[in-house]
Design a protein around this ligand. Structure first.
Ligand code: DQA
Length: 156
């Protein structure tokens, strides 16, 4: 079974409490549960992590190298600031999908630039917690032929 790694950056442990008008009322535990449900439906193993410490996130990215099939990452505010996370994602040589709960492009100008988008195969912003599920489904389409058939059958 292939493994996906879902990584969350700073302040995302405050989901549900923090600016609910922007990020909604779901907690990070709710988001993890949605991700785990999607992964088990798609026959993928999923690891879900959050940290407020940039070095910890970089260590997890390094440890993903050669071990996981894809990284779904919501880097929080480090999206807009961290060359180190950008470099770590390149070093990991694992496909990356960047997810943001809010639509960063209709928010403050400082959120419009992402160091992570430069190394991501796709970016999802503004889908709320469903963005994580969409990213997992995309990896499943690429990784498991059975999931690809199921998705096609649902569409037709
Ligand atoms: C965020 C958007 C970032 O700009 C912000 O710093 C976050 C959350 C999002 O999920 O919408 O912490 O990544």
């Amino acid at each position: 079974m292939k493994t996906l790694l879902v990584l969350n950056g700073p302040n995302l442990n405050m989901l549900g409490l923090r600016q609910p008008e922007v990020y909604g009322r779901e907690t990070l535990a709710d988001v993890e549960s949605l991700c785990q449900q999607a992964a088990s439906r798609l026959e993928l193993k999923l690891e879900f992590q959050q940290t407020n410490h940039e070095g910890q996130l970089i260590d997890w990215i390094h440890q993903a190298r050669g071990r996981v099939a894809g990284i779904v990452i919501n880097p929080g505010a480090w999206t807009h600031t961290s060359v180190a996370i950008h470099d770590a994602l390149i070093a990991a040589e694992v496909p990356v999908i960047e997810v943001h709960i809010s639509n960063v492009h209709r928010r403050e100008a400082f959120r419009h630039h992402s160091y992570v988008s430069l190394v991501a195969k796709a970016v999802l912003a503004g889908f709320g917690s469903h963005g994580y599920v969409l990213a997992i489904e995309h990896f499943a389409r690429e990784l498991t032929p059975l999931a690809r058939l199921c998705t096609t059958a649902e569409v037709s």
